[in-house]
Design a protein around this ligand. Structure first.
Ligand SMILES: C[S@@+](CC[C@H](N)C(=O)[O-])C[C@H]1O[C@@H](n2cnc3c(N)ncnc32)[C@H](O)[C@@H]1O
Length: 199
């Protein structure tokens, strides 16, 4: 039986609406931490102009491979193992990078590696879209996110909801400028950073 994330089922529609606009000019997308593959299948199916490259930690590829085998449209590539902490990332240049609900799961040093890796593989022009909950000016966007953060940190002290301003600093260091911050259902955001065309 395929692994199913209920959160993915709820958020894939709203995220698709954002990606449809933000990735309209992109052709190749690298997804980091594809999980069950529900997002990868849904977005590849509804955005057929994109070649979608899903990835996961090597030990977590099984459920993702299975979903791609059973449900993957032709523009969804076979998944590859990618740990953001291991450089260089095993991919070529891409027009876009997407990741959902990963930055509050990985430790902060892995978040730093994430932006370093994105900076290395993203073409110019290029776009980075990151979906999830974030903190702003040291505060939560909802009581439920504050509770979720407590839960995350009790489970793994290295995890936790990330500060938007700290992510902005990493993005800026990777040569990316904030282009949009989309408010999403359930107190989530889709952050969009862009790198301009080379002169
Ligand atoms: C909460 S799940 C989100 C999965 C999927 N993107 C979704 O929205 O359902 C977090 C994901 O981050 C991945 N992850 C954690 N650390 C990682 C790392 N160092 N490199 C790449 N992926 C990582 C996990 O394997 C997991 O699939």
């Amino acid at each position: 039986m395929l692994a199913v994330s209920e959160a993915c089922e709820r958020n894939k529609g709203p995220i698709l609406a954002v990606l449809g606009a933000e990735l309209a000019a992109s052709r190749s997308v690298l997804e980091i931490g594809s999980g069950t593959g529900q997002h990868a299948v849904h977005f590849a199916l509804h955005l057929p102009h994109l070649s979608w490259q899903p990835t996961e930690l090597g030990g977590e590829l099984g459920p993702l491979d299975e979903r791609i085998r059973l449900e993957g449209p032709p523009n969804l590539q076979p998944a590859i193992a990618l740990d953001v902490r291991r450089h260089p990332w095993p991919v070529g240049r891409v027009d876009a990078v997407f990741s959902a609900n990963t930055l509050h799961i990985m430790a902060w040093d892995a978040v730093e590696h994430f932006f370093r890796g994105v900076g290395a593989v993203l073409a110019a022009p290029g776009v980075l879209c990151v979906y999830g909950p974030f903190r702003y000016r040291g505060g939560y966007t909802s009581a439920s996110n504050a509770q979720f953060d407590r839960y995350l940190r009790q489970r793994d002290p290295l995890s936790g909801i990330r500060d938007f301003e700290a992510l902005e600093r990493l993005a800026s260091g990777a040569g990316l400028a904030l282009a949009a911050d989309h408010a999403m259902p359930a107190h989530n955001q889709t952050l969009v950073w862009r790198r301009g065309a080379e002169e």
